[in-house]
Ligand binder design. Structure first.
Ligand code: GLC
Length: 551
C-alpha cells in the first residue's frame, strides 16, 4: 500500500472501477481502502477521490441514470437541475466519493462536436440557467459567503467541477480538443459567463480544457487560468488538469515533458504537480498557492472530519424518488417537432387502448443506447446495461390489456402482411460515443435509421423517436412521411418518461437547446446570423395541440 502513502488524489476515469457491475458498497470499500492508506501517510492528509458522475453516478451498477445535459437544456428547468444535483450528490457520496467532475458547462457551438450532449446547449443563457446544479451538488452557500471561496454543505454533498475552462465547445468545426478562434470579448460573453454563475455558487474546482484559444493551449494559458479565472474572477478553489492534458502540451517526441509540467503549473494548474520545485522551474510560491487551494477544498469537503464513506447513504442509490425525478426530467426534455400530417389533426397523444401497435427500431429496447456515453464504460455501450426501463418496456406497461403489441427491431415487408396496425412507434438514433469518438461531420442517423422510419411510415401511421446526443440529418421527404416526430435526446434509465407524454398523461414542454440544421453544410450556424436558416430553430418545440411553446 506504500504507493498510496504520498497520494493526494485519485480518480476513476471513464469505465474504471472495482469490477464490472460493482455496487455502490463495493465502490465505497475500494475508496475507503485508498483513504486508509493515505491517512497512514507521514502527514495523514486525506486524499480526495474523483469521478465523472455526469448524469447520475453513471459508473455504479443500479444507480439512477439521469438524462444527459442536452436533455436538461431542453427543459430550461433550473429547479430540476438543482434537484438532480442533490440526488447525484447523494448517490456519489454513497459510493464513498466526495468529488464529481461535473457539470460540463461548455457552450456547444457546433453539433459535430462529440461532446455536444454533455452540454446544456448552444446558447449561453441556457447554460447559465442550468448551473443551479452546482448548488444541488455542493449545497447553497449562505448569505455573505466570501466571493470565490469554495463551499460545501455537508457529507451528503460533493465537490463540483465546472468544466472545461474555457471555450471547449467553441472549437473550429467542433473538432474535439481543437482551437477556439474568438476575440476575448466573444470568449468571455459566450464561453466564460457560466463560470461566473458557478463561482458565485461557491464551486470548489474548475477543470481546464484540452482545447486552445487562438492557438494557445488552455493548460498553459497563464492569462486565462491565473489573471482572469483566479485574479479577476476571484476563484479560490483549485484548477485541475484534464486527463493527461499535460502530456498533450509536449511536442510529438515528448522531449520537453518537464517544460510542459512547469508551463502548466506556472500557468495556474493546481492539481497535477510533480517534483519540479528543487530545480526552481516552479517557484515555491506557486506550489504554496496550489497546496493552499487544494487543502482549502479538502477542508471544505469535510475530508479531515469524516474521510471515510458514509454507508447510511447506500439506500439512496437508484431509489424510487430519484428514478421518479429522472422520469420527470425525461418528460420535460422531450421536444415535439411534428404532430400530424395536418396540424389541425394532431397525431399525438396516441391511443393506449388501440387494437394493435408496432414498436420498431434499434433504440426501442436498448437501455445502453438510451443512456449514451459516460455510462459504465467511458464511451457507453448497448444492451441491458443496468436497472432501468426501455421505451419498449414502458410501452408494454402503458398500453391497455386488449391492445396487441408487436415488436420488431428491424421490420421487413412481411411484418406488415395481414396486420392492421393502428400505429407504429419507431425509435432510432445514435450509438453511444464520447470525446474524440463522437466527432461526426455528417450527422446521418446510424444503422439506416432514416430508411427504417421511412419503410414503416409508408405502411402505417408512425411516431418517430430520435435517441441522439444532438440534432441529426432529417431529409424533407422523410419528414413528410411521418406523422409524429420527437427529439428524446439521451433519456437515461427511465424510459417511462417517454410514454408518460406520448400517451397523453403529461404535456410536451421541451424546447430545442440547439439549432436543428437542414444540412451539415450550413454548420456552424447560430441565431442572429444572416445565414440562419434552420429546419427547426433554437427554442422550437410544440405542444400536442401544435401550438409553439415559447421561451
Ligand atoms: C476526460 C474529460 C473530462 C473528464 C476527465 C476525467 O478526458 O475530458 O471531462 O472529467 O477526462 O475523466
Amino acid at each position: 500500500m506504500d504507493k498510496y502513502m504520498s497520494c493526494g488524489s485519485i480518480l476513476s476515469a471513464g469505465g474504471s472501477g472495482p469490477f464490472e457491475k460493482a455496487l455502490s458498497s463495493d465502490w465505497a470499500d475500494m475508496v475507503d481502502g485508498f483513504q486508509k492508506a493515505a491517512l497512514e501517510s507521514r502527514l495523514g492528509i486525506p486524499l480526495i477521490y474523483g469521478i465523472d458522475a455526469v448524469h447520475g453516478n453513471n459508473s455504479v451498477y443500479g444507480a439512477t441514470i439521469f438524462p444527459h445535459n442536452i436533455s436538461l437544456g431542453a427543459t430550461r428547468d433550473t429547479d430540476l437541475a438543482y434537484k438532480i444535483g442533490v440526488a447525484t450528490a447523494l448517490e456519489v457520496r454513497a459510493s464513498g466519493i466526495p468529488y464529481n467532475f461535473a457539470p460540463c458547462i461548455g457552450v456547444c457551438r457546433d453539433p459535430r462536436w462529440g461532446r455536444c450532449y454533455e452540454c446544456y446547449g448552444e446558447d449561453t443563457e441556457i447554460v447559465r440557467k442550468m448551473t443551479t446544479i452546482v448548488s444541488g451538488l455542493q449545497g447553497q452557500p449562505p448569505e455573505g459567503h466570501p466571493k470565490g471561496y469554495p463551499f460545501l454543505a455537508g457529507r451528503d454533498k460533493v465537490v463540483a467541477c465546472a468544466k472545461h475552462f474555457v471555450g471547449d465547445g467553441g472549437t473550429d468545426k467542433g473538432i474535439n480538443e481543437g482551437n477556439t478562434l474568438a476575440s476575448y470579448d466573444d470568449l468571455e460573453r459566450i464561453h466564460m459567463a457560466a463560470y461566473l454563475d458557478c463561482i458565485s455558487q461557491g464551486v470548489c474546482t474548475v477543470m481546464a480544457s484540452f482545447s486552445s484559444w487562438n492557438g494557445t493551449k488552455m493548460h498553459s494559458h497563464h492569462f486565462l487560468l491565473t489573471q482572469i479565472l483566479k485574479d479577476k474572477l476571484g476563484f479560490k478553489g483549485f484548477v485541475i488538469s484534464d486527463w493527461q492534458a499535460l502530456d498533450k502540451l509536449s511536442d510529438p517526441h515528448g522531449s520537453n515533458y518537464r517544460n510542459c509540467i512547469s508551463s502548466a503549473v506556472n500557468a495556474g494548474i493546481d492539481m497535477d504537480i510533480l517534483n519540479l520545485v528543487e530545480s526552481g522551474e516552479i517557484p515555491m510560491a506557486r506550489i504554496d498557492d496550489a497546496v493552499e487551494r487544494i487543502l482549502r477544498v479538502k477542508f471544505v469537503a469535510g475530508l479531515f472530519e469524516y474521510p471515510m464513506a458514509d454507508k447510511s447513504l447506500l439506500d439512496t442509490v437508484g431509489c424510487k424518488m430519484h428514478r421518479e425525478l429522472a422520469r420527470e426530467a425525461v418528460r420535460k426534455s422531450l421536444v415535439l417537432l411534428k404532430n400530424g400530417k395536418d396540424p389541425k389533426k394532431p397525431f399525438l397523444p396516441l391511443d393506449r387502448n388501440c387494437k394493435k401497435i408496432l414498436v420498431a427500431g434499434t433504440h426501442a429496447d436498448d437501455l445502453g443506447y438510451q443512456c449514451g456515453g459516460w455510462t459504465f464504460n467511458w464511451s457507453g455501450t448497448s444492451g441491458r446495461i443496468t436497472i432501468g426501463t426501455t421505451i419498449l418496456d414502458a410501452i408494454k406497461e402503458a398500453v391497455g390489456d386488449k391492445t396487441e403489441l408487436i415488436y420488431e427491431q428491424n421490420p421487413s415487408p412481411d411484418t406488415f402482411t395481414g396486420q392492421d396496425f393502428s400505429f407504429a412507434v419507431v425509435a432510432v438514433g445514435e450509438s453511444p460515443y464520447v470525446e474524440d469518438g463522437g466527432g461526426d461531420p455528417e450527422l446521418i442517423i446510424p444503422f439506416n435509421g432514416a430508411e427504417l422510419i421511412s419503410s414503416v411510415a409508408e405502411r402505417v401511421p408512425t411516431l418517430a423517436i430520435l435517441i441522439s446526443g444532438r440534432p441529426v440529418t432529417l431529409k424533407p421527404e422523410l419528414l413528410e412521411k411521418i406523422d409524429g416526430l420527437i427529439a428524446a435526446w439521451l433519456p437515461g434509465s427511465e424510459g417511462g418518461g417517454i410514454t408518460d407524454v406520448i400517451f397523453g398523461d403529461h404535456e410536451f414542454q421541451g424546447r430545442l437547446p440547439v439549432t436543428w440544421f437542414k444540412s451539415v453544410e450550413q454548420l456552424p450556424m447560430h441565431v442572429g446570423e444572416d445565414s440562419y436558416d434552420p429546419l427547426f430553430p433554437l427554442g422550437f418545440g410544440l405542444r400536442s395541440n401544435n401550438k409553439r411553446l415559447s421561451d
